[in-house]
Design a protein around this ligand. Structure first.
Ligand code: FE2
Length: 131
């Protein structure tokens, strides 16, 4: 059984898909079961992946990592997502190598969940709540 918002990857061809509506079947690509990407929420090692929020004047800046994640051809953040607290809205920004791993938005919500996908280190989750 899949769950809405889960992300699956094919370890053979690299296809990545997201569940928009849950179902009972197994997801298969290239003849093999697709891998459910775990949402990591603890940084391990030197590079930081957990999305964080910085409030700048009237903008909310979602950054990937306390120290900026690399953005090179072989290692970069492919996308950043922001989810509203009720799960109804998702904002996603796709990135290319060389671009800063950041997403800027108006502070519509006082609480958000964020996800970032690194092409080497996988899927990461962060949470922000206004104090
Ligand atoms: Fe990484």
């Amino acid at each position: 059984m899949t769950e809405k918002m889960q992300i699956y990857k094919c370890s053979i061809c690299g296809n990545i898909v997201e569940i928009l509506h849950e179902g009972a079947g197994e997801l298969v690509c290239c003849g093999e079961a697709m891998e459910l990407l775990k949402e990591h929420n603890e940084d391990i090692g030197y590079e930081h992946h957990i999305p964080i929020v910085e409030i700048r004047d009237d903008k909310m800046l979602v950054k990937v990592g306390k120290s900026e994640h690399p953005s090179e051809e072989k290692h970069y953040i492919e996308f950043i997502e922001v989810h509203s607290p009720d799960g109804k809205y998702v904002k996603r920004k796709y990135l290319k190598a060389g671009e800063k791993p950041e997403l800027e938005m108006k502070p519509k919500y006082n609480e958000i969940t964020m996800r970032a996908y690194c092409n080497v280190h996988g899927l990461w989750r962060g949470h922000y709540a206004e104090r």
